[in-house]
Design a protein around this ligand. Structure first.
Ligand SMILES: Cc1cc2nc3c(=O)[nH]c(=O)nc-3n(C[C@H](O)[C@H](O)[C@H](O)COP(=O)(O)OP(=O)(O)OC[C@H]3O[C@@H](n4cnc5c(N)ncnc54)[C@H](O)[C@@H]3O)c2cc1C
Length: 481
């Protein structure tokens, strides 16, 4: 009974508190409530004016103390990376997470290798992985690229055996399976009546291991699995390195500095906090911005055609993807089609929507300072070719578009894997120039083999190393889109 009374009193007090404004004239609340909470209008105003003044002074002080004019509040990031790790992977895109997964998969003792993945942007707003078209094909000209595609396709067909996590939903990569057959123009027209085959000499049609999948799902599946295996994820930007330096003379008589990274300096996301991470090995999987890390090490600054002038030939190149609607288009029957003009398109969902993209001419490369879309590029450079190949596309309507960066290898548009001769413990996995997503499963395994076994075990990718750049022997891939 007494408990019941107490409860009723509490309820009344609460009701009073909620109903009564802080005015002295209130007659509903208890007297004590009035006495302790009312300050009266004059005192009340002065108090808040004072408080405002103090806030404004404190804010001005902070602005003065900070470099640059734009003041943003300092946030403390709770996820500082550990002070030490065996392997630090810089870049939490699909390539970084694939490498992390394979390192854990290959470790001989449980928790034998401590791996951290560092990602500067928790929103992945500029990561190539999430902005890509999700295409996979085996139709390349180089043996290495074909093998990377075949192995990766095999991985994706059995993705739940690799990346399934106990008690979690299975990975649904939604890949479209499609062996290659060559079609004459007549055969092409019979198979795809919506295609204009007039100027086509031969078409190559992938029956297997080609199509597309959801890039975000693949990246997340790698990430989820790697974390479940003990990989540490940390959000922060690598802004520098502490290195030991070994000065040596080369057989050519050049004096060079060979560097070994001791600490990776990480600035935490949205914060002024720094954390140096001591490590044995660093993996550069920073995609379009991987060359920045090489600059930070002071590598490649020497004269051209010398070892000290050997930089990483990777730069961001902006590529657009346009989404369009065309109810009379090819429909369900539409494969991932790459025209010989370089334009590609594929179906997007089931509602008459498609996505398309192409690479511009070398002298028409768009400005890379932002990810704005150039709509004239579609209208002037792409639409006429699209409508030529598929007449129904004459009546398409662009509904949206986005842009992303290729991690473009200016030397030969192929991956650069392994170690730079002047950076002893930094392994590279970059320069994919538009085909890194589909190759990521096999690339991850290759890098893990290189790091943990000291050499490739499954696919020999030696040809994709720095040596070709040093000896100026590009590996030309004819089928870059
Ligand atoms: C429009 C477009 C279409 C594409 N279509 C296809 C396709 O159909 N098929 C295909 O296979 N490939 C395609 N690609 C290419 C593919 O997306 C990339 O090759 C692949 O995603 C590269 O993955 P990544 O992990 O190396 O790079 P990213 O996904 O870019 O990841 C690198 C990460 O590193 C982080 N990072 C960079 N610097 C630092 C730093 N200092 N500190 C911490 N983190 C850092 C970045 O924030 C980023 O998240 C396309 C790309 C684009 C732009």
């Amino acid at each position: 009974m007494s408990t019941w009374r107490k409860m009723r009193v509490t309820v009344r007090t609460l009701q009073g508190f909620m109903k009564c404004p802080s005015r002295t004239s209130c007659t509903h609340g208890r007297r004590g409530w009035d006495r302790s909470f009312t300050t009266g209008p004059v005192v009340h105003n002065r108090f808040f004016k004072d408080l405002e003044k103090q806030f404004s002074a404190a804010r001005d002080k902070l602005v003065d103390a900070l470099p640059g004019g734009q003041w943003t509040p300092i946030e403390i990031n709770p996820d500082l990376p550990p002070e030490r790790a065996d392997i630090v992977i810089i870049g939490g895109g699909v390539v970084g997470w694939s490498i992390a997964y394979w390192l854990k998969k290959k470790e001989r003792v449980r928790d034998g290798v401590k791996v951290i993945v560092l990602e500067k942007d928790p929103t992945y707003s500029q990561a190539s992985t999430v902005l890509s078209a999700g295409g996979i094909r085996q139709q390349f000209s180089l043996r290495e690229n074909i093998q990377l595609s075949l192995d990766s396709a095999d991985f994706m067909k059995n993705i739940n055996e690799h990346l399934g996590v106990w008690n979690e939903d299975p990975v649904d990569i939604q890949s479209v399976g499609a062996k290659v057959s060559l079609l004459s123009p007549t055969q092409l027209k019979e198979k795809f009546p919506w295609v204009n085959a007039e100027d086509v000499a031969l078409a190559s049609y992938g029956l297997e291991n080609e199509g597309w999948f959801d890039p975000w799902t693949l990246m997340n599946a790698f990430r989820r699995k790697a974390i479940s295996m003990g990989v540490i994820q940390s959000f922060g930007e690598v802004t520098g390195f502490n290195c030991s330096i070994n000065r040596v003379d080369t057989v050519d008589g050049e004096t060079v500095d060979i560097k070994r990274i001791k600490h990776v300096n990480v600035r935490m996301a949205n914060s002024l906090e720094y954390q140096p991470v001591e490590c044995a090995i660093v993996v550069n999987a920073a995609g379009a911005f991987s060359a920045k890390l090489v600059d930070m090490m002071g590598i490649g600054t020497g004269p051209k055609d010398t070892l000290s002038g050997l930089s990483l030939p990777v730069e961001p190149r902006k590529r657009f993807i346009y989404v369009f609607h065309c109810p009379d288009g090819p429909g369900l029957d539409c494969p991932f089609l790459v025209d010989y003009s370089g334009i590609y398109f594929r179906r997007e969902g089931l509602g008459g929507n498609y996505i398309t993209g192409t690479s511009p001419e070398e002298d028409e490369e768009p400005d890379i300072s932002n990810l704005e879309v150039d709509h004239d590029f579609f209208t002037e450079k792409m639409w006429p070719s699209l409508a030529h190949r598929v007449p129904a596309f004459e009546k398409l309507k662009v509904t949206s578009a986005w842009a992303g960066y290729y991690d473009y290898n200016t030397f030969d548009q192929n991956a650069i894997l392994g170690i730079h001769p002047l950076a002893q413990n930094m392994y590279f996995a970059t320069g994919f120039s538009g085909h890194g997503l589909q190759h990521s499963p096999a690339i991850g395994r290759a890098l893990a083999e290189l790091i943990l076994d000291g050499g490739y075990q499954t696919l020999d990718l030696t040809a994709l190393g720095f040596e070709r750049i040093m000896s100026n022997e590009p590996m030309r891939e004819r089928n870059i889109v």
